[in-house]
Ligand binder design. Sequence first.
Ligand SMILES: [Zn+2]
Length: 420
Amino acid sequence: MKNFGWIVLILMSFLFVFCKTDTKWKGQEPLQKVITKTRPVQYQLKKIWNLGNGIFCSNEFDAARLNGAVLTDDSFITVLITAENTPVNSSPWYAFKLWADTIKNVKLKITYSDGVNHRYFPRISSDKITWNTVDSAYYLADTASVAKGESPKFCTVSLTLSTDTIWISAQEIITADDINGWAGKLAEKPSVSMEEIGSSFEGRPINLLQIGNPESKKLMMVLSRQHPPEITGWLAMKWFVETLCEENSVAEKFKDEYRVFVVPMVNPDGVDHGHWRHNSGGIDLNRDWEDFNQPETKAIKHFMEQQVAKGGKFYFSIDFHSTFEDIYYTIDPKLKGNMPGLVPDLINSVAEEIEGYEPNIRPNDLNEPKISSTSFFFYNFGAEAVTYEIGDGTSRKLIRKKGELTAKKLMDLVMSSKYQ
Ligand SMILES: [Zn+2]
């Protein structure tokens, strides 16, 4: 029976591999500890490209990303998109505007630096407010790679240009100014206030909304936009927060009892520079919640520690992100924070309201380094913590539904007898 242990080990390895490959959804790579000391970033040259033949493109606006452009055959535009620095997560954000001196039919090819795959289906807008996805009849993704079962390296889009500018972007463009404007408007409500809790690497304000009873010691924390391109996460957070701010009896009762802090824009520099992932210190902020080398994470840590020093207790935290699918990254459910069971109950009660929806849930591996916001909120403050990822292509209608339902169910749950 000497070999019994080996047999078990081999069987377990098979089971492990089988379980891994059986997963129908594609999550993120396991978290890896990385050095978060400031590294240089490459800023874009902001300019208008006069491409010839009366065709122009530009990256002169916040959240733009366009690193090079060239016109061939009078109507074929190739643009190059590169990251702020490397190594970097494969979330190749792009955003630029195009126009021409007369009506012109053109082809646009969106290309990236070597080794980067095309990820975001292009969106188009004529006012930077209303966005549509490019009509699939006018879109083609690198057929040679796709035929080999590989991810596309580029895409081409057919467009009609005119003197009216159009914006082409990886997702809706929502800048630091847009979010500050949204937050400022919410702060006009009697139950909401806004304060600046610190500054980004380049000195942009890190704003925090406070919702609910300012005397309450029962606290919650909400984050979004650690990663600049993650618009779908931001949209879910927006609807989540707006629902908490509603003036109905459940929301009013909840706000009498709890105080919710929201940092809706954790990485304003990265967003306004059109970064793929990092802040202006060249660092993925969601890997800096152990070493705190960057001012954005430091400001939030300092603020939370102050609240706890004043007798506050964090019961819940949610950090909104985006990836390929909707996924919840949770703390191992065996571990107990300040309100055990809240996160699984919340996920289940949201799922029950959406027909045919089976949530993707991945509890953090206990051996994973504790470098993300969710780990920090749980291990340092006992907050029942969840990272809520929304799919890049999830319909905006469903995102709204999930954002609103998450807020409603959270309020119902924490006011229910089980959690009182
Ligand atoms: Zn993210």
